[in-house]
Write a protein that binds this ligand. Structure first.
Ligand SMILES: [Zn+2]
Length: 253
């Protein structure tokens, strides 16, 4: 039977039979996968402590190529993210990330940009010391993750007329058209019935998210007003594209 090695994030686990655990991972090469950890519930298990959610791990597993449940051979910490489980504010947001991953991807669909966005978001969440930055991590992840699964909002030009926003618009107000999936210029706005109005500063800031990598994201400092305005648009965009209710959001929203 083939043996596989992969880099992964532990997402969740359920107890199975008397002593086993079924663990769900988000892996780099195979996307979401499930594997059974034999004896994983025992205190002296070789998996002890390493099946808990949100850690970055190296896994070795085996099974038929097209199975839906692999056998877990070993789990080693790449990076143990021990700050998340002990902090309710971080934990609730980590649950949100997990739910987004499960809603946006099917089992067995490898998606490297999605994996990298998730891994970077959990890492940032684990290390972040400012409570006010936690929602910013979530919204930054939302845009990166949605883009990685094919829902990339148009933020550099007007989604209606395709003209550059700065040349075709004023500099006081902007708007995000949820159904079209992007920013609209003032000239096109009257035709966009579902557009959510925001300041030009917030619109520019949203554009910067699209062009900023995760490791540079903590240099962007959104104001409270920007967070409020971009969150409204990102959440509406997410809801219209994913068509799933993200339940864990109510624990921190
Ligand atoms: Zn336009």
């Amino acid at each position: 039977m083939p043996v596989f090695r992969d880099e992964a994030i532990t997402l969740r686990h359920i107890n199975f039979a008397e002593a086993d655990r079924i663990v769900s991972f988000f892996s780099k090469k195979r996307g979401i996968l499930k594997a059974i950890a034999k004896g994983g519930r025992k205190l002296k298990s070789r998996f002890a402590g390493r099946l808990e959610p949100f850690h970055h791990v190296e896994i070795v597993y085996f099974g038929k190529e097209n199975t839906t449940l692999f056998n877990l051979n070993s789990v080693e910490f790449g990076n143990a993210r021990k700050n998340i489980a002990s902090d309710l504010e971080k934990y609730s947001r980590a649950c949100y990330l997990t739910e987004m991953i499960a809603s946006g991807l099917r089992e067995g669909d490898a998606n490297l940009p999605a994996f990298e966005a998730a891994n970077a978001a959990f890492e940032w969440l684990d290390g972040e010391t400012s409570p006010t930055a936690l929602d910013w991590i979530v919204r930054f992840f939302d845009l990166k993750f949605l883009a990685s699964i094919g829902y990339r909002p148009t933020l550099d030009v007007c989604v209606s007329c395709r003209k550059p926003l700065l040349q075709n618009g004023g500099d006081t107000e902007a708007a995000f058209d949820v159904s079209k999936g992007g920013l609209v210029c003032p000239a096109c706005r009257p035709k966009s019935k579902s557009a959510l109005v925001m300041s030009a500063g917030s619109a520019k800031f949203m554009g910067r998210i699209a062009t900023t990598a995760f490791d540079k994201a903590n240099r962007l400092k959104p104001s409270a007003r920007m967070m409020q305005e971009i969150s409204r648009s990102i959440i509406a965009f997410r809801n219209s594209r994913l068509q799933a209710t993200i339940k864990s959001e109510r624990f921190f929203a």
